[in-house]
Design a protein around this ligand. Structure first.
Ligand code: URA
Length: 477
């Protein structure tokens, strides 16, 4: 039996490295036991290093498995590492395994990923900050007990939503702290350690009396290291740094631009302003222009928000702006947009009446000389941006949403969705009708002209289903 000791409960990279090495050495799932390191235990390295590495070994798994595994690993089920290794093992000889939804392992991993995403949604919907500290230096704190280990994945949403307020989300697993330009992760705390006004006042008194020293704080008050933005900032700052050294918690986002101008604005006023603004696309677009919910804003030229009439009955969702869209600030104006325009026309849909947006609103790319090569957005980026799609959906209230490609389908349906299984049929999702089809850039990439023509026709057929649905609902109205 091989015992693999991972660094922490959400150590996806550790699991991935160990699983790869085990699989290329043909170590059967039944011969592996997975556990998480306690302070005095062996590290992962000493356990798998006994197995030879074969760096050149080809080991490909479907991208969807990686996305599922990254989510499922956050589930509290103790069997998750073993389940994921079993799936990985089986995927070697059965590449389509993940489509076999009646397979117990496949069903379980999907259920775990769904539970994790549901928990993130619950946290996004229910978490409430309260204000602590003094007027000019207010800090916002929320206590939350997530069902799964989701804090690091869920936190960027709040950085986008409450970008100009310093906040801390305190949980028993880990705490997340936002200072206006980066999220820091520190160890979790017990509910009894959540600060009250009294404890804060006490800290202030000790500070005023010269008793509030960093050393004392480190020993006695470590869990409260989120007091970064209170006036004793210079005292607290090293503590945050210490805390981050003590944990493997990353900076989720790092500062590359000048810090945002801090507005000393009470949370209540901000929430009222949000409430008033919510509902109009123009107001949402203004708000999204400063979105920092994931790191993509740093390299992109601008946020490319959705466009189209607020009365649109059809909403099209793409993946993310491309090079041309990033420069122009409008969705679907480049080559994929031109193909989309042509297909819409052939399907009898007037683009001017459609609201068109993207799952992710900043361009993701890697520079290659003078070219910016498009990169597919990952699940955290899609999830961080989903707040905008949700708010666009609430503002437009379309009859039908058409998701163009896998990233769009993932955002619209809230889960990873294989296109081939779902395309071309109407899906009832929450209060919305959804149709999934391919992305026009997939058609542009097809090398074979015959396949391209066939696929283009299928794309038009899908859009015609959308057009038919809109006609039916217009007649019914
Ligand atoms: N691809 C997309 O998904 N969206 C755009 O806006 C352009 C290309």
């Amino acid at each position: 039996m091989r015992i693999i000791v991972l660094d922490n409960d959400t150590d996806f990279e550790g699991w991935r490295k160990a699983a790869r090495r085990l699989a290329i050495n043909d170590v059967k799932p039944a011969e592996v036991m997975w556990t998480v390191r306690k302070d005095d235990e062996l590290s992962l390295a000493s356990c798998v290093n006994e197995l030879p590495d074969v760096p050149q070994a080809q080991f490909n798994v479907p991208a969807i498995f990686v996305e599922l595994a990254k989510a499922a690993i956050l589930h509290r089920n103790d069997e998750r590492f073993a389940l994921l290794y079993r799936l990985l093992w089986r995927l070697r000889s059965h590449h389509d395994l993940l489509s076999a939804t009646d397979d117990p392992d496949v069903a379980e991993v999907h259920a775990m990923a769904r539970a994790v995403y549901g928990d993130i949604d619950r946290m996004h919907a229910h978490l409430r900050f309260r204000e602590i500290g003094r007027e000019r230096t207010a800090h916002y704190v929320a206590w939350f007990e997530p069902e799964h280990r989701i804090v690091e994945l869920a936190a960027p949403f709040f950085a986008g939503r409450f970008a100009d307020m310093p906040w801390s989300i305190l949980t028993p697993d880990v705490c997340a702290h936002w200072d206006g330009h980066a999220i820091a992760i520190t160890p979790g705390i017990a509910k009894s350690e959540v600060p009250t006004e009294d404890r804060l006042e006490e800290a202030w008194r000790r500070h005023d009396n010269g008793l509030f020293s960093p050393a004392r704080l480190k020993v006695m008050e470590m869990p409260q290291a989120y007091w970064r933005n209170l006036p004793e900032d210079s005292i607290i700052k090293p503590l945050i740094e210490d805390a981050m050294r003590m944990t493997s918690g990353p900076f989720i986002a790092r500062k590359t631009a000048e810090p945002q101008q801090r507005q000393d604005q009470p949370m209540a006023r901000k929430q009222t302003r949000d409430a008033q603004a919510r509902g109009t696309i123009a107001a949402l677009r203004d708000e999204a222009a400063d979105c920092r919910a994931c790191p993509l804003w740093k390299d992109a030229t601008q946020t490319v928000f959705g466009e189209g009439p607020q009365s649109a009955t059809l909403m099209l969702v793409g993946e993310q702006p491309g090079d041309k869209e990033d420069l122009a600030g409008h969705p679907f104006v480049g080559p994929a947009g031109q193909m989309l325009d042509r297909a819409l026309e052939e399907a009898g849909i007037d683009r001017a009446k459609v609201y068109i947006t993207n799952a992710v609103k900043h361009f993701k790319f890697v520079p290659r000389g003078k070219i910016r090569l498009h990169q597919k957005p990952n699940t955290p980026e899609i999830r961080a941006c989903r707040q905008w799609y949700e708010r666009e959906l609430a503002a437009i209230k379309p009859e039908l949403v058409v998701a163009l490609g896998a990233s769009a389908a993932q955002s619209v349906l809230g889960k990873i969705t294989p296109i081939n299984k779902s395309r071309g049929r109407l899906i009832n999702h929450e209060a919305t009708k959804v149709l999934v089809t391919v992305h026009p850039s997939y058609l542009l990439r097809l090398p074979d002209e015959k396949a391209k023509a066939l696929e283009y026709q299928r794309f038009i057929d899908d859009l015609k289903i959308a057009a038919g649905q809109l006609r039916n609902s217009a007649h019914a109205a």
